[in-house]
Design a protein around this ligand. Structure first.
Ligand code: SF4
Length: 387
């Protein structure tokens, strides 16, 4: 039995998750995008009804922290006025999409997102498990393969392709039939036995060898190794990092003066149409900043399931990092912040100790149990400087 709680659902705004510092209200921005006015007002709402701390989640959602029982309703009312709240919890939990930030008007990505959002809200789309999601990865190259999703829309040699996560082949789609394709695949996932006790993911079903419908074996997906983009200036805007994925509402307010923003799943924000790095405290603008190499979940004191303070450990480790290999620090064995493998995974076992897994995911065998920081640094794995 695990020593952490598996909820099997993703928290949202209407059904927030209780954490050590109050409720975490997850705002699922449609198309992962917020306008200047929305950003400024979210900043105000977060200071008025939360504790002014915000996170960007690994699914490109913005989380307002520190919301209390007696402020949640007022916050929802404020967010609803900004067009960011769904009619029902079911609708909110279905509207689980992550979209490449590298889209440009005219490349069909935004139109695809409009069609997919309408489809998820329609009665044709089945009620899938809470974590079931769709990646719209139709920028110049596919960059979301390492981001959790069950159905993927990408580009391939012959056009747009709809893929089950984990499959090498898919069905060619266009704006007219993409709604039908995602409905068909979601219904197939359920009928093929993808859901047990309300939970299940597409990749597990595909990897179990369950054969996809013929139409989803017809076109070959592009073979890509997804690489996390770096901090920098891109044609679509300036990509800035957030230390440990977090920012203060005051900084968000300052960002609202620069332009709209696109939320990403990599603890970064893309500031639309900004063509030079902003000079602001509290954000990362240097691509070699070592904060980018630490992936840390919430940890203590804000997460009640945490065994230790992940961000404090991350700050202690930063001077010892040798290169660009990511280090995942998890406050418990649940691994919320990083479902995929990293060069080093540290799982806190108490406030001073952690288990270490080298070159694996949080589910892999522990290589070095119950180390202290000093013990790790005495015989450091490859991402760290040698003594
Ligand atoms: S992985 Fe981190 S954020 Fe997730 S439950 Fe464990 S301590 Fe909390």
């Amino acid at each position: 039995m695990s020593d952490f709680e598996i909820k099997g659902w993703c928290p949202g705004a209407l059904r927030p998750m209780r954490s050590g510092d109050g409720f975490v209200v997850r705002v699922r921005a449609p198309k992962n995008r917020l306008t200047q006015s929305q950003i400024a007002q979210i900043s105000d709402l977060s200071m008025r009804y939360g504790n002014g701390i915000l996170d960007v989640s690994s699914r490109a959602n913005l989380q307002i922290r520190g919301v209390q029982d007696d402020t949640h309703l007022a916050l929802i009312k404020g967010l609803r006025a900004l067009g960011l709240i769904d009619e029902t919890v079911d609708l909110e939990s279905r509207r689980n999409i992550v979209m490449t930030p590298f889209w440009q008007s005219g490349d069909q990505t935004e139109q695809l997102a409009t069609v997919i959002l309408n489809t998820l809200a329609s009665s044709d789309y089945p009620q899938t498990p809470g974590k079931f999601g769709i990646a719209i990865d139709t920028g110049p190259t596919s960059i979301l393969r390492d981001v959790s999703a069950d159905i993927r829309i990408e580009r391939c040699a012959d056009g747009l392709i709809c893929l089950a996560d984990g499959a090498t082949h898919g069905r060619l789609v266009n704006l007219d039939n993409v709604a039908n394709a995602i409905c068909e695949l979601a219904h197939w996932f359920i009928a093929a036995g993808g859901v047990t006790d309300g939970r299940g993911r597409m990749r597990a079903l595909v990897q179990n060898g369950v054969e996809l419908p013929v139409a989803y074996r017809a076109a070959l997906a592009t073979q890509v190794v997804a690489e996390t983009p770096e901090i920098g200036v891109y044609p679509e805007g300036a990509m800035v990092g957030l230390p440990f994925g977090q920012l203060h509402a005051e900084i968000l307010k300052q960002l609202s003066e620069l332009g709209g923003l696109r939320l990403t799943p990599w603890r970064m924000l893309l500031l639309e149409n900004v063509n030079s790095m902003p000079d602001l405290e509290g954000i990362l603008t240097d691509p070699s900043d070592p904060h980018q190499d630490i992936i840390a979940c919430t940890g203590l004191p804000a997460c009640p399931q945490a065994k230790g303070n992940t961000r404090r450990l991350g700050t202690q480790l930063i001077p010892h990092l040798a290169g660009k290999s990511p280090v995942h620090i998890s406050g418990c064995a649940k691994g919320c912040a990083q479902p995929f493998g990293t060069a080093t995974t540290l799982i806190m076992t108490d406030t001073e100790h952690f288990d270490v897994i080298e070159h694996g995911t949080i589910r892999d065998t522990i290589d070095h149990p119950h180390l202290t920081l000093d013990a790790l640094l005495a015989q450091p794995p490859s991402p760290f400087k040698r003594p």
